[in-house]
Design a protein around this ligand. Structure first.
Ligand SMILES: NC(=O)c1ccc[n+]([C@@H]2O[C@H](COP(=O)([O-])OP(=O)(O)OC[C@H]3O[C@@H](n4cnc5c(N)ncnc54)[C@H](OP(=O)(O)O)[C@@H]3O)[C@@H](O)[C@H]2O)c1
Length: 335
């Protein structure tokens, strides 16, 4: 049988039990030109929550009654398509469901050369690639720079900070709580971490970044963005990666300290990793090379079972994850 989690009502804030429904139906049969994928892991991304709002974005909103959209990975269990053979591992928009039909299109990418499905969804996956494109392409840290990264214990932030370390920068993370700050320094090798839930962020930035911030990789927006803008060094680069502090409310308070962009002749640039679609192989090669050389650590927080997808999604907003948030839907075949 195929279990699916459908959107029943648009959430207000965190996703509530009545916003979704777990339904069970027949496993779909692939037609000519299609293959059937058994989902092994669903990646839990902040974007999945934004797709539940009735707002246009780079992908259309999930409609009421549709399966909740999410990027995942799985194994081909039946194929009527030349592009995929039974046993192939493929990343695609699996959604919150046990099985999904795939076709030979840009939404389904066979995984070649990597056997660890967790790592493919984590450090070599969309969030790892996001960190790579944002830090190397927009942040461009130089040796000796001071780099600040928010949501530093998360999937994107943990990798972004390590890439800045590899470039020779001094890296300061911002994360919520002592356990996360410890992980940021001990596991991910940042030089320091500010606990935004208990520290005075402005005072801590002053202490840790005495010569100012050359690169700020922003995953959160809101008051933390404003605090870092108040501490910019001349010619600083602010990488606008995400605004997770406001996805639940949809309200984006403007940063008063944006005037520092002017006085410090700094730049603030947004980017979308999907624009770099043609360079994903380059990102995966760089990330896997650094991991092989012991320069890049990764962690995952794995919830168990399809029915935990909504809890995992909410967990991104309550800070339940260190590293990449994933849900294990079924057991991968051992490599
Ligand atoms: N531009 C792109 O192409 C692109 C692509 C992928 C992701 N992103 C963005 O990257 C960011 C990180 O995504 P991710 O998937 O890697 O998630 P993640 O960092 O693994 O998890 C989200 C983390 O955000 C922190 N957080 C939640 N609410 C917060 C708040 N109000 N204030 C401060 N921190 C808060 C939590 O950590 P704490 O416990 O430390 O608060 C949580 O663990 C998101 O903003 C996402 O939209 C952008």
């Amino acid at each position: 049988m195929n279990r699916q989690i459908l959107l029943r009502r648009r959430p207000d804030g965190l996703v509530k039990p009545d916003d979704t429904e777990l339904v069970t139906g027949q496993v779909p049969e692939p037609k000519d030109g299609e293959a059937l994928l058994r989902t092994t892991y669903v990646g839990i991304d902040a974007a999945a929550r934004t797709w539940l709002d009735d707002q246009p974005g780079y992908l259309p909103p999930v409609q009421l009654g549709e399966v909740i959209r999410a990027a995942g990975i799985g194994e081909v269990v039946a194929s009527r398509c030349d592009a995929y053979a039974v046993g192939d591992v493929v990343t695609t928009l699996t959604g919150f469901q046990d099985y999904v039909i795939i076709r030979d299109d840009i939404f389904a990418t066979p995984v070649v050369g990597y056997t660890d499905q967790l790592a493919v969804m984590s450090v070599y996956g969309p969030t790892g690639a996001t960190a790579y494109f944002g830090m190397t392409g927009v942040g461009r840290p130089q040796p000796g720079d001071t780099v600040v990264v928010s949501a530093a214990a998360g999937a994107t932030g943990s990798v972004a900070g390590q890439i800045a370390k590899i470039a020779g920068a001094r890296v300061v993370g911002i994360a919520g709580g002592p356990d996360k700050c410890r992980a940021v320094v001990v596991d991910f090798g940042f030089d320091a971490c500010i606990d935004y839930k208990s520290d005075d962020v402005r005072a801590a930035l002053k202490a840790h970044c005495p010569r100012g911030v050359n690169v700020y990789f922003d995953n959160v927006g809101g008051p933390i963005l404003d605090a870092v803008l108040g501490r910019l060094a001349p010619k600083a680069r602010v990488v606008l990666c995400g605004v997770i502090s406001s996805y639940l409310t949809g309200e984006h308070p403007g940063p008063a300290n944006y005037v520092n962009l002017l006085s410090k002749t700094a730049t603030m640039q947004g980017f979308n990793a999907l624009d770099e679609w043609g360079r994903f192989e380059e990102a995966f090669a760089a990330l896997s090379g650094w991991e092989r050389d012991g320069l890049l650590a990764h962690r995952e927080t794995v919830f168990d079972g399809l029915e935990s997808c909504v809890d995992a999604l909410n967990g991104l907003f309550t800070g339940a994850n260190i590293g990449k948030m994933l849900v294990k839907v079924s057991e991968p075949t051992p490599a």
